[in-house]
Design a protein around this ligand. Structure first.
Ligand SMILES: Nc1ncnc2c1ncn2[C@@H]1O[C@H](COP(=O)(O)OP(=O)(O)OP(=O)(O)O)[C@@H](O)[C@H]1O
Length: 238
């Protein structure tokens, strides 16, 4: 029998496939045989007790763990690009493409010590964009997508450190969005913010779902209830 239509349809909606993933720091195993699928254009929340490997898991989706001494991973992570699943750990897969396609936002806003404008434009500079008009247009678009444009459009050349915590986090989201990633990973992005600033980011993520596949680690179950399409609880039970 050929593959059923139902199975094909299900496969068509998958953006990320994780298969038999094991992870260790030194000799301590943190993730054991994790196999998961993430659906395109949805928000998946990863929840669970402290220390169960939620943040570590996110770093296996963008290879950010690779610089940690004595860390080790086994298994496969495949992301769909232009209709084809690519093994992001394959030698032939470019790290530059991965950095462009998978954006990340951390728990504490981490603006660079430079102006608001330069912070957002920074990934474009690394990617070799030279045309000032094009860069300006992209900065504006990313700041609009991150709901920050109206608040900063008249002070783009001020230091990013002058912004409030919530604004700084939206600035980091704008920086993550400027290369138009297909996947956005967020590690407790609202935990250092007040409730109001956190709610703005939630609304923004619901909007971004149309463009990106979003995976968010969150400790707030009320937040998860408001925004998540799927919830995955760590430690995973096989
Ligand atoms: N760089 C590292 N070197 C060694 N051990 C680490 C490192 N980073 C994390 N760990 C350990 O790995 C385990 C999982 O950590 P991780 O941060 O992934 O968990 P978490 O579920 O995200 O926790 P939390 O909810 O508290 O953020 C913890 O026991 C942690 O101490």
């Amino acid at each position: 029998m050929p593959c059923t239509t139902h199975e094909t349809m299900k496969e068509n909606h998958i953006k990320i496939k994780v298969r038999s993933l094991d992870f260790w720091y030194q000799n301590r195993q943190i993730l054991e045989h994790v196999s998961l699928d993430f659906t395109r254009h949805t928000i998946t929340a990863i929840v669970g007790p402290s220390g169960t490997g939620k943040s570590t898991f996110l770093t296996t989706l963008n290879r950010l763990w690779e610089n940690i001494p004595d860390a080790q991973m086994k298994g496969r992570v495949e992301i769909e690009f232009d209709g084809t699943f690519r093994d992001i750990y394959a030698r032939s897969f470019s790290l530059t493409q991965l950095r462009r396609s998978v954006g990340m936002v951390f728990q504490t806003p981490n603006p660079l010590s430079m102006s608001i404008y330069k912070n957002v434009a920074f990934p474009l500079k690394l990617a070799g964009y030279k045309n000032r008009k094009e860069v300006g247009n992209k900065v504006e678009k990313a700041l609009k997508q991150a709901y920050l444009w109206e608040e900063v459009k008249d002070r783009l050349h001020e230091k990013a450190s002058c912004l409030s915590g919530g604004q700084q986090q939206r600035l980091c989201i704008a920086r993550a969005l400027i290369l138009e990633p297909e996947v956005l990973l967020l590690d407790e992005p609202t935990s250092s913010l007040d409730q109001n600033a956190g709610r703005i980011i939630e609304t923004l993520l619901l909007d971004l779902r149309e463009r990106c596949t979003i995976i968010i680690v969150s400790h707030y179950l009320d937040q998860v209830g408001r925004i998540a399409d799927t919830v995955m609880e760590f430690p995973l039970k096989s």
